[in-house]
Structures are given as structure tokens and as C-alpha cells.
Design a protein around this ligand. Structure first.
Ligand SMILES: [Zn+2]
Length: 246
């Protein structure tokens, strides 16, 4: 059976970390959007060249920032658009009421900026729980991607696409794993996920190796394509997804 691979990109501020309850860009005193902007521009060109469909999960705040530099509606015509929080919230740390507020605000903002209603959600920090999922479903989302953990139940009609942490593209983008090695981890339908900024800089905080990061990403996409995998959006993968979804 042909393996289906969905390429997912979380579009959020440059390397977001939480420190003392404050969100900031790693190594900086506040958030920066420089690398996410450059990375997104490169990714759009890369996907066009490789003829690969993709899903962009936008953090609503980042989408607002980038709306000055990108034609978001044109992006939504070519790619699937999903949500990645309003301000990169750790939803598991919020009350039900707060969660609902964040989910609704994020959905509304992304829908109005892109002119399309998002069906998918990717949780910031890969942190999610069953109440978040119920709220997502109530608010009209059809699936959640980039979830790790084993025990949550999934409400009827709502698809949960779990990705083992080791299958995230982090190690590949950081040069800690080769493309061949990573491709070998993908045994069936899978989401391969990265961040927009990670194609421009990484954990070291240096932008100088962006060419190598980009080469690695191109290498794995080409390797999967030549191995017979079919690239789809995460939304397409969620339809009829068997195995990890329950
Ligand atoms: Zn994120």
C-alpha cells in the first residue's frame, strides 16, 4: 500500500520557549519574528519547486504580523491552513473557559486573515489533553495533529493524529539525524512536522547553517517521493487515517 506523508509547518515566533511563565524567543529577552518570516518565504518557494502539498498551522499572532509581508489569502489557495494557538499558549495550563476563549479567538483570526475556515489544530509545545480536544471539536475543528502521549480518548468524529516525538523533524533539522535514517522511521502514513523558522536558524541560534537545514529538508522530501510515498495535506491524511487515530 502506498504510504501517505503529510508535510506540516507550525508558523510561530522564532524558537519559542517559556521561562518563568513568560514566552520569548530562545536566547532573546522577547519574541522575534525575523527567522520565521525568512523561513516561510523559503518554504513557499521550496514547496512550489518540489510540487509538494502542505499544511501550515499558523499561530494567530504570527499570522497577523506576517500579513504585512505575505499575501495570506494566496497562500491559503495553494495550501491547507490550520491553527497553532493564538499566542502560543500551553493549553494544558489553562482553565476550560480560558481554553475555549483561546481556541475561538485563534480560529476567528486565522479564518478572517486567510479567508478560509481552518479544520486542523496543532498544539503549541505538543501539549494537549482531552478537554482541549473536546473544545476543539465543539468549535468546529475536525482534527488535531502533532500530539504525543498515549492515553487520551478521542471524541466521535474528531481525529487525533499522534506523532511519536522521535518522528518530528527536529533532529533532522538540527543535523543530528540524516534524511535516510529519518525516512526509515516512517513505516506508514505519517505527518512530518517542522517550524517555519527552523529552515533559517536552530538551537544554536545561528543562521549561518540555514543552507544545510534546507538541504536536509529537500533531501528527505525527495527520498520519500522516490520511495513511492504520496504527499497529502494533514487534512487529507486525517480522512481515513488508520492506525494511530482512535
Ligand atoms: Zn509552536
Amino acid at each position: 500500500m502506498q504510504v501517505r506523508i503529510a508535510f506540516a509547518v507550525d508558523v510561530d515566533p522564532d524558537y519559542t520557549v517559556e521561562e518563568g511563565g513568560r514566552r520569548k524567543t530562545k536566547g532573546k529577552t522577547r519574541l522575534s519574528f525575523v527567522h520565521t518570516k525568512k523561513g516561510l518565504a523559503w518554504l513557499l518557494e521550496f514547496l512550489r519547486e518540489e510540487r509538494v502539498p502542505a499544511t501550515f498551522f499558523f499561530e494567530a499572532r504570527t499570522a497577523k504580523k506576517l500579513s504585512r509581508d505575505f499575501n495570506l489569502r494566496a497562500i491559503a489557495k495553494k495550501y491547507e491552513i490550520g491553527c497553532h494557538g493564538y499566542e502560543h499558549e500551553d493549553l494544558t495550563a489553562l482553565s476550560e473557559k480560558e481554553k475555549r476563549k483561546v481556541v475561538m479567538k485563534a480560529r476567528k483570526t486565522v479564518a478572517s486573515l486567510f479567508g478560509t475556515t481552518p479544520a486542523g489544530w496543532s498544539s503549541p509545545y505538543w501539549k494537549s489533553d482531552s478537554s482541549t480536544r473536546r473544545i476543539l471539536r465543539d468549535c468546529g475543528f475536525k482534527y488535531e495533529a502533532n500530539v504525543c502521549g498515549e492515553t487520551e480518548e478521542t471524541a466521535e468524529g474528531f481525529v487525533l493524529l499522534r506523532t511519536p516525538k522521535k518522528c518530528a523533524l527536529w533532529a533532522l533539522m538540527e543535523g543530528k539525524r540524516g534524511a535516510k535514517e529519518h525516512a526509515a522511521l516512517l513505516k506508514g502514513d505519517a505527518v512530518i512536522a517542522t517550524h517555519s523558522w527552523h529552515t533559517d536558524y536552530g538551537e544554536s541560534g545561528k543562521a549561518k547553517d540555514s543552507a544545510e537545514r534546507r538541504m536536509r529538508l529537500r533531501e528527505i522530501v525527495r527520498l520519500l517521493k522516490s520511495g513511492g510515498a504520496r504527499f497529502v495535506t494533514v487534512g487529507e491524511l486525517a480522512k481515513g487515517f488508520k492506525g494511530l487515530a482512535r
